[in-house]
Design a protein around this ligand. Structure first.
Ligand SMILES: O=C(CO)[C@H](O)[C@H](O)COP(=O)(O)O
Length: 291
């Protein structure tokens, strides 16, 4: 099955992405002459997701370097007249600014409480499509918009795939109110002591000051040495603590996942409790478009 991204097969950046192979069909041999950067992979996933945007839709616009490509693509298709009457619901001030600069009409959940489709990146995706989000700091608005969406397509490069939530060893962000944040940090770490949890206040790299979210809150980044187990239980424990606003585990919200890897792209879609998987190889793309 061919996908229309021939321009990705000749990358402008030449760094080779050294990632483990994605789940492509055995017939999908790697294409040695193609060097895809991590940003190419993000763009491939984003463009594929935007194929699901139809004229007249209310679309949740995600935040981050992957989602940015989706927003760019939506605007491009609008300019070309291929998409009409789109209303975007941005998930951060940054995405709001991007969408305004591109001329995408915007609204919010007060005026459009039901979103047709949201497209966003993620920091981690587990095999059941549970996510960690918020390393870019926008988890609260992202969760509000994506939980109001009929469909939520997650777009990632294959580096984001994990065996379990927290499995990358990188941050699981929790948005907290600034008041006595250190107290909140200690309570969060204590909750997950059995999983070898450590936590720290997120700081701005430039200023060394506390990172402040679009909502005026702080972020505590949690790190786990082990699997925290039942995610719904973990979520309940976190949200029960006073001073906690939201956490970055997106449990059961994603309806599809598009993963771009160096050897191909996979699309996982939830059908009831099952996951249907389609895969595409770049060899197929090359055969389809570069002959
Ligand atoms: O959750 C997010 C921002 O709050 C982003 O979607 C997540 O951090 C992934 O970002 P990127 O696409 O830049 O890797």
């Amino acid at each position: 099955m061919a996908v229309a991204y021939p321009h990705f097969l000749v990358s402008e950046n030449h760094a080779t992405v050294e990632q483990p192979a994605l789940m492509v069909s055995p017939a999908a041999a790697p294409c040695p002459s193609v060097t895809l950067t991590q940003d190419d992979l993000k763009k491939i996933a984003a463009y594929k997701a935007v194929e699901h945007v139809k004229s007249g839709m209310v679309v949740g616009l995600g935040t981050g370097s992957t989602a940015k490509h989706a927003v760019d693509r939506i605007a491009e298709l609008m300019r070309k007249g291929k998409l009409k009457d789109i209303i975007g619901i941005p998930t951060s001030k940054k995405t709001h600014e991007q969408a305004v600069s591109l001329g995408i009409p915007l609204s919010d959940l007060d005026s459009h409480p039901v979103v047709d489709l949201a497209i966003d990146g993620a920091d981690e995706v587990d095999p059941g499509l549970n996510l960690v989000k918020g390393r870019g700091g926008s988890l609260l608005r992202e969760k509000m918009v994506e939980s109001a969406s009929k469909k939520f397509i997650v777009i990632v490069d294959e580096s984001k795939l994990v065996n379990y939530v927290g499995g990358s060893g990188l941050a699981m962000p929790v948005e907290v109110i600034p008041f006595c944040w250190n107290h909140s940090l200690k309570r969060l770490v204590t909750l997950f002591a059995d999983a070898g949890c450590a936590g720290e206040l997120r700081k701005c790299a430039e200023t060394g000051e506390a990172f402040v979210t679009d909502n005026g809150n702080y972020i505590i980044d949690l790190y786990f040495e082990k699997d925290i187990g039942d995610l719904n239980e973990a979520s309940d424990l976190i949200l029960r603590l006073p001073g906690i606003v939201e956490h970055g585990m997106f449990i059961g919200l994603a309806t599809s996942l598009i993963v771009a890897g160096v050897e191909g792209m996979a699309v996982k879609t939830k059908i009831g409790n099952e996951l249907e998987v389609d895969s595409f190889s770049y060899t197929e793309l090359r055969n389809g478009f570069l002959v």
